[in-house]
Design a protein around this ligand. Sequence first.
Ligand SMILES: Nc1ncnc2c1ncn2[C@@H]1O[C@H](COP(=O)(O)OP(=O)(O)OP(=O)(O)O)[C@@H](O)[C@H]1O
Ligand SMILES: [K+]
Ligand SMILES: [Mg+2]
Length: 704
Amino acid sequence: MDSSTLRKRVPASTLLDWKTVAPAIGASVRKLDPRALITNPVMFVVWIVAVLASLLLVRDLVAGAAGIGFTLQIVLWLWFTVLFANFAEAIAERRGKAQADSLRETRTRTKAKRLLVPGNTELFEMVWAEELSPGDLVVVEAGDLIPGDGEVVEGMASVNEAAITGESAPVIRESGGDRSAVTGGTTVISDRIVVKITAAKGSSFLDRMIALIEGAARQKTPNEIALNILLAGLSLIFVFAVATIPSFVAYAGGTVPFVVLAALFVTLIPTTIGALLSAIGIAGMDRLVRFNVLAMSGHAVEAAGDVDTLLLDKTGTITLGNRQATAFRPLRGVSEQELADAAQLASLADETPEGRSIVVLAKEKYGIRGRDLAELRGRSIPFSANTRMSGMEVGASWVRKGAVDSVIAFLDSPPVDTGGNVAQALRPRLGADAVREINAIAEEIAKAGGTPLAVAKDGRLLGVIQLKDIVKGGIRERFAELRRMGIRTVMITGDNPMTAAAIAAEAGVDDFLAQATPEDKLRLIREEQAKGKLVAMCGDGTNDAPALAQADVGVAMNTGTQAAREAGNMVDLDSNPTKLIEVVEIGKQLLMTRGALTTFSIANDVAKYFAILPAIFVAVYPQLGVLNIMGLASPQSAILSAIVFNALIIVALIPLALKGVRYRAIGAGPLLRRNLLVYGLGGVVTPFIGIKAIDMAIVALGLA
Ligand SMILES: Nc1ncnc2c1ncn2[C@@H]1O[C@H](COP(=O)(O)OP(=O)(O)OP(=O)(O)O)[C@@H](O)[C@H]1O
Ligand SMILES: [K+]
Ligand SMILES: [Mg+2]
């Protein structure tokens, strides 16, 4: 599976696309509103300078002062500077807009079949989807749109999720297991399910997705805020630097007009990065969406760029997740029929995919017919990630199935509530031989990557159910790629160490943790974080939810449970854990782009200082003539070329801000050196060339 199989939902629109550019121009003007600009300190300062310069222009016009043409040009370019910055942001926002519009179309008015009596799928009322509230049960049949986000509580169906994933291959959604979440706006294509609505109106997955893509939900990340403060600080220094200039000039008997100071100031402050910062952030989120990953916060995207450790759960994340029973392996002295019968009884009320597959195997291979639960008058013991067992109790008789060590431990210390008679009955039967034999069978299954489930009935070990799960295709190469990027992969699973080891070896993870409870998963993340590591976690189950919430980057599989999807700060619509490679690359690209353009911007400003100051001062201090290596035509053309260059460089860098600096897995050190060279040196050199060229053009056009 190379990155080309990760299909991009919408082709990246080109910058020359008029449909993108035209509305962005309108938005740039609307964004001149100072209330919107205030979050961008550098641009806000430019805005203030532009307003002051405009007022002076009006005053000069009224007074009929000389040299209006020059002032007018400076004022115009000051406004262009702000407009170009707004344009960069608007273009970045536009790119998600088309996609949000197409998502909105899927949000048509839907009718829902709301159950009147829980448990009876025949009795329902028709209501509008908007009328549903969390807790409502709806029945959804083949051909129906799922009316809202929720959890499948009954049945199994294949669902077409193309509306949100862009992928029309049907996916299975079923109750009980880790594939129970359904999304409003997707379509059931076969069978019938009962869905318990979980999302309130207006906060559905689709709504959140639209808000995210449009950038409405975007908040500045701590890094962005820090950078903004730094840039504001730099601007403040230049306020003082520029404010002292008039006194130097006055000393030599000259004066400097305000517009010249204003233009000088704006060319010296870090306007380039100030203008592009927001666009860089939006483009990062947008790039993720193209890879079918929804990031709930920009912070998660940034953290992804620095991830050290990736934790993944096994079933459903590394493996396909439909662990199917494939064989019954009885102990000596137990018939396959007897084991199959007990296994079936233990699974009758087990709504997990594992449980259902056991009932199916017992029926298909051993002809064991379904028993009526109600008739049995049994008490079902549901599966939990903590006990790692499930089963049934009928009177004094009982069956359990589950992780081998859990079942053995259970036999060793029966819970008091099952009654003293049970405790009496079992002790003598749990011989060392049986334990040895069951471990041998379990080992054989586990070594092949299967999950062994021990079955015990009335204190007696009967044998093992073999569950088979398949490692997702192409995962090995992708983990190798993560290793090259310097990321350690760790599989954490509730399964036994031997199965874990086999799957870990097959998938090619660096390390694994077996028999992990949800608390263990959480603890492992905290430990890594305490060592100063940034941790990403991919998971799908409700038992992964605490870990997903704790991780710096929590990627929930879209196929997972609602709890997992809400706990993480990213959702992968394709449920492909190796997508983390793209997520990390996009994160790194975002950080690098921001770093590169900051370097470029500051190098640029420093260079401009040396390019234009001699030209401005040469009139009052002729000795500075030797420094005027650029040979700019006049102080006026020097200042005009500088402000024009300063504004145009923003537009010139928009494509780079949106596309991002290319990431290569060559290690942090060499990468930093390379970027410093390209963007630092480039930042120093470009103004000299650019300003000289513009100066020549200005002279040729007779503008100054
Ligand atoms: N329906 C079930 N009934 C009894 N035991 C089960 C059932 N499903 C799983 N088990 C046992 O419980 C163990 C833990 O399962 P669980 O699904 O909680 O693992 P997990 O922590 O999610 O790990 P992963 O999903 O990565 O494999 C399994 O390895 C298996 O031995
Ligand atoms: K500048
Ligand atoms: Mg799981």
